[in-house]
Structures are given as structure tokens and as C-alpha cells.
Ligand binder design. Structure first.
Ligand code: TRP
Ligand code: ZN
Length: 879
């Protein structure tokens, strides 16, 4: 079957024909929408002398009603259609193509193309959804200006939106009306958007640095009008930040955001008309947590930043996806760091990265930042493309320094404006402005897998020298058995054991200061630091300066020392995580061997110091008091033992709570806020610190702590505190407290889908053995629907992250997931392929679980699969 054949990067050819202008007319109706298209087509210059070339257009699930070239209707033998393409055998060098098709938005449960969500019409065209709307060369290197007329019922669809500026509108017979939009910026089809519905807007303005007056609109269903303030404020901050930081200004008179309830991802950067998952735009102190407020801010910024990194300069082909995504994630991370607490932002990003991206890189779907083949591009919107891509851009920023990096970025935007670019174009600009040879660096884009660095150091007292040896190795990944040595920049310092200060470092007779970057380019390299005043403990990979695993044989005293003295905030946090990991590993072994668990007093003392010491950053302190997650711990184990990990982590948490009860209590009480809720850094920091402290106290089911949690829930001050309290009660063994709270919460918020998502997740992530029964029960809940991706993530996705219950040894967790994947494969392949991920990691577990997981993968394989699920399953079961 052709849909199951891979596409290869090395097969790239420029298109035979390009479209310079696209005129569209949509006559909207639920199950029979008419799409009329007039394409202005011409032969691509790269194929000028190639003789007669057929015109091949993409098109899926379209019913062709009419086709004409330069006004002449085509005879049946002049074109051919299959389930994915339309071929016109002979066309002139330059011509007008007219087509008319009928499509069925109401039947579109895949949420790609034109579909309906809560009564409104909306589109999602990235990556290859436009071909479900009309016949088109649906590839990002075909860029056209668009003129779009949308026709709909005046009563049910009063608002009709598309890209660009509205240029005409009017009434039509049968109570219908129309609006025509023109987008003057040439764009690929994946950036096309249309929205029609009964929507209300909030409006604001922004004046750009060159004086353009931009109208900003956020469109939502009426009941959500009170939840738009934060998105609008975030948008204005992002617009200003991109002008100040990257010199990038908005380029239309209108910028619109629309919230829709059914959406496969977070949001989409359609030119001038960003479409958002309602979860990524709506906030209110009573319905959204601090984390949700921050997520909304960063996604609004991310989509806005795409206007340059993605839209003005787009991707030549989908293999270059990280060109826009990696760069844009880097830009949104920097924005959030500048707007909130920079160290906490880095800690959060890195802890997610080391848990989830490392797992992806270690599993059967591992792929480079620039893959060289794919069956379904929808499967490549991954942590590797997005987050590892951003880490690689961050390394470039650090290698060049900000000023040169900014110059390279200016050159890139200037030179490639209006074009479809490659990763070579981007890195080439960076190399050109800096004179740096980035040849070796380019391997980061083509080599999959996480480099592992083994570091060893020795202090020579006699010579006052520190000798550091680094070895790099990248384990084989599917299709890449042999790995080259990468250029790995390692930021580091040497912390004096007597002074607790960063020592001045000298390498090869040259002073390199107290914080430097060493460049590992070979498989093995030695570095000698001379003229040291005292014996040091090395602080390596400061700020997570490269996306690698770095091992160093630190003793527990070394880590306790770095936790106190490292001048790099990130590495101070990381020292704490490493110290906790050493203790956790002992306890995992004790659990497995059935010996008594003993708590490491050094961890207790380190926590005591943290809890009682001075702090100027409560948000960082909250991170330091947070133990590595079960998922992160699992990543560190050769064979994952979910029960031992859960038992060890629970033991550490409870031991800390028993030993430091009064200290946690004092921190909880000292961080109560009376001020009205605001999602600002100081309040967020206090709330996270308070709620971390409470989580320890509730872990020992201390009566006083339980009543504090109950009181915090009852006080109903803001969703951050309410959700924290409800989670702690629900994840305790005290059903007598949890059940009434869950009931009250569920009744109070049954009208609000985003709050109900939280209610679903909280219940199915509890460690108690009834979690799986609750999932089954909640799948029957009237507010649950398999057709809504947010609900699927909230219930099924959340359950699959519940380590002890998803991995139940009777296999019931796996079976439940695969049952849902089989259903979703028919409804929404993109979501189905994502949901199956936890099963694909079967190789990490004990033999009994491996067999159970593989059996479920085989059961899925026996189905009639979408290309999305097929590709993932085949990789997961390949040997
Ligand atoms: N380009 C979008 C972003 O990163 C991603 C996206 C939104 C997407 N919706 C999608 C990708 C649907 C694939 C399918 O901002
Ligand atoms: Zn993006």
C-alpha cells in the first residue's frame, strides 16, 4: 500500500509546478461543504527544459465535482485520480486550474483538514491536512498568496475568518453571508486557516516599533470571554519581546487567536489566524493552575514567534521541521526565562527533557533532529524535533555568544525571507557571521541517540593540577549502529573544597576565568587545569550546556558540597538530584533484595539545610525539594522495576517528612498568601514551595497535614491550591476525605471541560490499586469522549503515566491502553499513534511485562491500521 511507503530526504526534488496565487471559496455545510479553487500555476524554473510534465496534486477524501484548465473542462481521459492524488496529464507552462470538490467536515474525527468542533468549523492543515480540503501541491516549498471567500449561515455562523485582512463582506440569499479575506504574504498550504462559528471576541491594540497599528483579537465561545485576559497580555509581551530581542516586527494589520475545544496539539501558527486548543489559551484564577498560566504564556509566544521562524521563513520539506520548531522552542524558552524565573524555567525544561526526550532517544522510535525518512510526518512532532532541536540551537547561541548569534539570526531572516529553507541555510548563516567551522556540529542534526559522557578527574597535590578525562559514546539506535564523535560544549567550573568558591582556571598556560567551556570533539580527551590554589570538586555541564548524559563518580560528600556551594544554580539543583538518586538506588536495591530500608542521613541533612536556610529564590527552593520523578528514576535503571521505584521514592519522601515534620510545617505556614491571585513569579514561587511542603506532610498522612489540605481545598482561593489539595487527598489512602472532595469538585465544575479534564487526571493518577477501575468507570462518564483529544489525554494518557497501575503485573493496564488505541486508530490516527508510546518502551521492563506489552502491540498490529499507528507499531516490534 502506497500510504505505508516511506518518504526519503535524499529523494527531495523541487516541485515541477508552483502556485503563485490561490483563490478559494468555501460554501460551508456540515456534511457537504463545497470548496471551489482557482490556482494560478506555472512551471517551476528548476524544471524549465524538462519536456512535458504532468501536474500531480495531492488530494484525499475529496469528491471531485468539476475540473478545468484555463476555463476548459477536462475530459475523463485527460486526468486521473486515486485515493491520494489527482494527475492532469498535459498542462501548459502557465495556466489557471479550476476545481470544485465536496467534503464532509462533520465526519472528520481525525481533526486534520476542515472539521467541526462544538458547532464551529475550523481547519488544521499542518502538516498535510490541506489536501483534505482541496486538490493542491500540498508541500511547504510551494508558496502562494491566498484570497479566500467563506460563505455560511448568518444565524449559526455569524463569524467567518481566514488568513490576512478582510476585504469584502455581504449578504447572500437564504440567510447566508460571506466574507472575503486576502493574505498578501506568500505562504505554504499548511499555514492556511479558516474558522466559522458563533464566536465572541476581545480586542486590543499593539503599535509596532516602526509604528504599524495592529488590531489583536482573541475569539472564543461566549462563556469563555472572562478567560482571555492572560492570553492577550501574553501576546502583547511576546510581540514586544520579539522586537527588542530579535528585531522582529509583526507584518499584518490584524492578528487573531481562536480557541477550539477539539484540537490534536497545543496550537497552530496559521498566518494571522492562530488556532489554539482551548487548554492552551483559556485561563482564570479559579479554573487554571499556575502551571497552566505559564503554559498559555509560552504557547501564545511560541505561535506568535513562528510568524518569523516558520512563516516568513518556512521549511523546504518536512525533514526540516526542526528548523522552525527547534528555533521557535528556543525562542519561547528564552522569552519565558526573561518573563519569569530564568533558573526555574531551565530546571523545569531540563527535567522534562531528561525524562521524556532521553526515553524517546533510548527507544525504538529514536530519530535524529532531522530524520532521513518517514512514513507519516504526523509521527515526527516529537520531543526530539522540538526540544532536542531547541537544545541544539541553544548550543549554537552559546558557541557564538549572543551578539554573533543575533547577527546570524538577522542574516537568516533577511536572506531567506519569503523562502522555504533548510537546516543548512540556518547553520550556514551562523557559521558565516562567526567564522566558526560548524561541520562537526552538523552531526547533531543527523545522529540520533543521547551521547553519554564518562568523566573522571584527579587532583595532583604535588603539582596543584587537576586532570579531567572525558569519554563520549552514543549507543546504537535503530538504523544507526555506528556513531561519530560529536562536538559537545561542556560549561564547567572547579569549586575549591576549602573556600567553597569557583577557582581561577588555567588551561595550556592561559587563564580561562572561573567559569569556562571546554569542547569535547574526540571520543576521548584530557584536560589539564594548572596553578590551582586548592583541591576542587568539578562542576560539569553547567546549565545543561549540551543534551547529554554525564556521569562522574561523585561521592555523597561531593554532592552535598556542590548543593551548597556551586555558583551555578542549575548545577546546585542537579547536585541535589544526584544525591537523592544515590539514596534512591540503594533503596531500590534494598527493596528488591527484601532487606530493611535505611534512609541516608546525608539527604535528610541536605534537606534540613535547604528548609531552614536563607533563600532568595523560593521557586528554585521548591524545585530543590522535589524528588526525581518515578519516570526519571526509571530512566536511570538498566531494567525498570516500577514497584521498587515507587516503594523507594515513597520511603524517601516519608522518611524526610518524619525527620523534618516541623520544618516542612513552618515552610507551609510561612508561605500562605492572602493577596488576590496573580500569576506572577513571586506568588507562583510561594505557592509551589507551600504545596511541595504540604505534599511531604500528607505523604505520612499526618492528621494536621490532612486537615490543612482539606482547609486549603475548602478555602477555594485559586485552582493551583485547590488542585494541589485535591490531588494530595485523592492520592492518599483516605477515601473518606477524597471521595466527598472529588464529588463536590466534579459537581461544581461539570460545565467546564478544562476543569473536568483535571478532575479526570487527578483520579486516575492515584497510586491506589483501584486506579484502573476508575478509568473504566470514568470512560462511561457523560463528560468523557474518545473524540476529544483533551479528554483522551486527561483520562487515558494520564493513566498511562501512572507507573504502578499502568504496569500492573496482570497486564490489565496495557490491555486497556491497547483497546483504546484500536478504537482511536479509526477515529483519530494522530492521537492514537501518540497514545501507544508507553507500550513501545517494552524493552525497558522485566521479562514478564515485556511479554505482556508485546502481546498488546501484536494485537494492535492485527488490526487494519492507519499509516500513523502502523509506523509506530512496526518500529516497536522490529528486531
Ligand atoms: N506547528 C504547531 C506548533 O508547533 C504544531 C501543530 C499544531 C501540529 N497542530 C498540529 C502538528 C497538528 C501536527 C498536526 O506550534
Ligand atoms: Zn511550533
Amino acid at each position: 500500500m502506497s500510504a505505508m511507503q516511506p518518504t526519503y530526504l535524499h529523494d527531495y526534488q523541487p516541485p515541477a509546478y508552483r502556485v503563485t496565487h490561490t483563490e478559494l471559496k468555501f460554501d460551508l455545510s456540515s456534511s457537504a461543504t463545497r470548496v471551489t479553487a482557482r490556482l494560478h500555476v506555472e512551471r517551476h524554473p528548476a524544471h524549465q527544459d524538462a519536456g512535458a510534465l504532468p501536474l500531480v496534486l495531492n488530494g484525499e477524501q475529496l469528491t471531485l465535482k468539476r475540473i478545468a484548465v484555463d476555463g476548459e473542462e477536462l475530459e475523463a481521459d485527460e486526468y486521473a485520480q486515486d485515493d491520494a492524488t489527482l494527475t492532469v496529464h498535459r498542462v501548459p507552462e502557465s495556466f489557471l486550474l479550476d476545481t470544485e470538490v465536496e467534503i464532509d467536515p462533520a465526519a472528520n474525527t481525525a481533526l486534520s483538514g476542515l472539521y467541526q468542533s462544538s458547532g464551529m468549523f475550523c481547519t488544521q492543515c499542518e502538516a498535510e491536512g490541506f489536501r483534505r480540503i482541496t486538490f493542491y501541491p500540498d508541500r511547504p516549498d510551494v508558496m502562494a498568496t491566498f484570497s479566500t471567500t467563506v460563505i455560511g449561515d448568518r444565524a449559526t455562523l455569524p463569524v467567518l475568518l481566514s488568513n490576512g485582512n478582510p476585504v469584502e463582506s455581504g449578504e447572500l440569499p437564504d440567510d447566508r453571508h460571506f466574507v472575503t479575506w486576502e493574505d498578501p504574504h506568500p505562504k505554504p498550504s499548511y499555514l492556511f486557516a479558516l474558522v466559522a462559528g458563533d464566536l465572541k471576541k476581545v480586542e486590543d491594540r499593539f503599535t509596532t516599533q516602526s509604528g504599524r497599528d495592529v488590531t489583536l483579537q482573541v475569539w472564543v465561545e461566549e462563556e469563555n470571554l472572562s478567560k482571555t485576559d492572560h492570553a492577550m497580555a501574553s501576546l502583547k509581551r511576546a510581540m514586544k519581546w520579539d522586537e527588542e530581542t530579535y528585531g522582529r516586527e509583526y507584518d499584518l494589520d490584524l492578528f487573531m487567536i481562536v480557541a477550539v475545544n477539539d484540537f490534536n496539539m497545543g496550537a497552530m501558527e496559521n498566518k494571522g489566524l492562530n488556532i489554539f486548543n482551548s487548554a492552551a489559551v483559556l485561563t482564570h484564577p479559579h479554573t487554571a493552575t499556575d502551571a497552566a498560566f505559564q503554559r498559555v504564556e509560552s504557547i501564545v509566544a511560541h505561535e506568535y514567534f513562528h510568524n518569523w521562524s516558520g512563516n516568513r521563513v518556512t521549511c523546504r520539506d518536512w525533514f526540516q521541521l526542526s528548523l522552525k520548531e527547534g528555533f521557535t522552542v528556543f525562542r519561547d524558552q528564552s522569552f519565558s526565562a526573561d518573563t519569569n524565573s530564568a533558573p526555574v524555567k531551565r530546571i523545569e525544561d531540563v527535567s522534562m527533557f531528561r525524562t521524556a526526550q532521553f526515553a524517546e532517544d533510548a527507544g525504538p522510535t529514536a530519530h535524529p533532529i532531522r530524520p532521513d525518512h518517514y512514513i507519516e510526518i504526523g509521527n515526527f512532532y516529537t520531543l526530539t524535533i522540538y526540544e532536542k532541536g531547541a537544545e541544539v540551537v541553544r548550543m549554537l547561541r552559546n558557541l557564538l555568544g549572543w551578539e554573533l548569534f543575533r547577527r546570524g539570526s538577522d542574516l537568516y531572516f533577511e536572506r531567506l525571507d519569503g523562502q522555504a529553507a533548510t537546516i543548512e541555510d540556518f547553520v550556514g548563516c551562523m557559521s558565516e557571521v562567526s567564522g566558526l567551522d560548524l561541520t562537526q556540529f552538523m552531526h547533531w542534526y543527523s545522529q540520533a541517540g543521547t551521547p553519554e559522557i564518562d568523566a573522571h578527574g584527579e587532583y595532583d597535590y604535588a603539582k596543584s593540577e587537576y586532570h579531567l578525562t572525558l569519554r563520549q559514546r552514543t549507543a546504537p539506535t535503530p538504523g544507526q549502529p555506528d556513531k561519530v564523535a560529536l562536538h559537545i560544549p561542556i560549561r564547567m567550573g572547579l569549586v575549591g573544597t576549602k573556600s567553597g568558591q569557583d577557582l581561577k582556571m588555567t588551561v595550556d598556560g592561559e587563564s580561562v576565568g572561573t567559569d569556562t567551556v571546554i569542547h569535547l570533539r574526540e571520543y576521548e580527551q584530557h584536560f589539564v587545569f594548572t596553578d590551582l590554589a586548592e583541591a576542587p570538586v568539578p562542576s560539569l555541564l553547567r546549565g545543561f550546556s549540551a543534551p547529554v548524559k554525564l556521569r562522574f563518580p561523585y561521592g555523597r560528600e561531593d554532592l552535598a558540597f556542590l548543593l551548597q556551594h556551586d555558583s551555578d544554580g542549575f548545577n546546585r539543583w542537579d547536585a541535589g538530584q544526584r544525591l537523592a538518586m544515590l539514596a534512591l538506588e540503594d533503596l531500590i536495591a534494598a527493596h528488591r533484595n527484601g532487606v530493611e530500608k535505611v534512609m541516608d542521613v546525608r539527604v535528610v541533612e541536605a534537606f534540613r539545610t535547604l528548609l531552614t536556610g536563607e533563600t532568595d529564590d523560593k521557586a528554585v527552593l521548591a524545585e530543590m525539594l522535589t524528588l526525581p520523578s518515578e519516570a526519571y528514576i526509571a530512566e536511570q535503571q538498566p531494567v525498570v522495576d516500577v514497584d521498587a521505584i515507587h516503594a523507594a521514592r515513597t520511603f524517601v519522601k516519608q522518611s524526610l517528612a518524619y525527620a523534618l515534620r516541623d520544618e516542612f510545617m513552618a515552610v507551609y505556614r510561612a508561605n500562605q498568601l492572602d493577596a488576590p491571585y496573580a500569576p506572577e513569579p513571586q506568588q507562583i514561587a510561594a505557592r509551589s514551595l507551600k504545596n511541595v511542603a504540604l505534599s511531604y506532610l500528607v505523604a505520612i498522612e499526618d492528621e494536621e497535614a490532612l486537615s490543612l489540605a482539606q482547609a486549603q481545598f475548602d478555602a477555594d482561593h485559586n485552582m493551583t491550591d485547590v488542585r494541589s489539595a485535591l490531588t494530595l487527598l485523592t492520592h492518599s489512602s483516605r477515601n473518606d476525605l477524597a471521595d466527598p472532595a472529588l464529588r463536590a469538585f466534579g459537581e461544581k465544575w461539570s460545565h467546564d471541560p478544562l476543569v473536568m479534564d483535571q478532575w479526570f487526571s487527578i483520579q486516575v493518577t492515584r497510586p491506589q490499586a483501584d486506579a484502573l477501575d476508575r478509568v473504566k468507570f470514568l470512560m462511561e462518564h457523560p463528560k468523557f469522549s474518545l473524540k476529544n483529544p483533551n479528554k483522551v489525554r486527561a483520562l487515558i494518557g494520564a493513566f498511562a503515566s501512572n507507573r504502578v497501575n499502568f504496569h500492573r503485573i496482570d497486564g490489565a493496564g496495557y490491555r486497556l491502553l491497547s483497546d483504546v488505541v484500536i478504537e482511536l486508530n479509526k477515529l483519530n490516527p494522530e492521537i492514537a499513534a501518540r497514545l501507544v508510546t508507553p507500550l513501545t518502551r517494552w524493552q525497558r521492563f522485566d521479562e514478564a511485562r515485556q511479554e505482556l506489552m508485546k502481546a498488546e502491540l501484536e494485537r494492535i498490529r492485527a488490526e487494519d491500521l492507519s499509516p500513523n499507528v502502523y509506523e509506530v507499531i512496526e518500529k516497536a516490534l522490529a528486531d
